[in-house]
Design a protein around this ligand. Sequence first.
Ligand code: 13P
Length: 249
Amino acid sequence: MRTKIVAGNWKMNMNFEEGIQLSSEIAKTYTKKNQEEVILIPPYIHLSKVKEVALAAGLKVGAQNVHFEKNGAFTGEISAEQLASMKIDYALVGHSERRKYFHESNQDLLKKIKALLAEGIRPIFCCGEELEARKSDLHFKTVAEQLKILWELSKEEFAQLVIAYEPVWAIGTGETASSLQAQEMHASIRALVKEHYGKPIAENCSILYGGSCKPDNAAELFEQADVDGGLIGGASLNSNDFLAIVNAL
Ligand code: 13P
């Protein structure tokens, strides 16, 4: 049985006080039901405090980014070793906003994944096509290209990964992929994983959907056979909305 996951990516939102309040509200109301994982992914400034709040409630904590070097003169960056020293559980890699605004290359992403794995932090690898690719019917090909770097990992390394499919045209737009569109892409991702690592690893790989996932569409998306939860942006900034999405699992 693969792990069902809901992760809230706060992006560059919430000042310190607001972030602590949000995580406290979520922690107060959340009760772990099964084997699901609920992950809070705040900005770096919140990590230490959110980790404290989350731990007591059985919530996990992730970072939004990581630098691939261990330490040194990289002003403004945070390493996997530093995240591990705070017992951070997960980190996003390759979010479309990082690819677009910070020009992260595929090789950089692979180095980030390796750096995280070396510290025992699970990468959440994001992929997804732009609107143009979808309109030109190139969405499967685009995502397959993005996944290529993952095939350089060993079976053991890959088994630690979570994949998040986030069509760029659905992020922050209010336009979600239909449950059919999500399912067919997730199934094609799982088929590629199977081709490279075999059936047991493919069956165990959690593949999350992200892009305007809200309380009113989460249940239908999560019901799909290959959708194992969600990576939530806007709706993760409100504790009621976020917990309603968690309950849709
Ligand atoms: P929205 O839920 O705001 O569309 O954002 C999705 C996302 O980018 C999560 O990483």
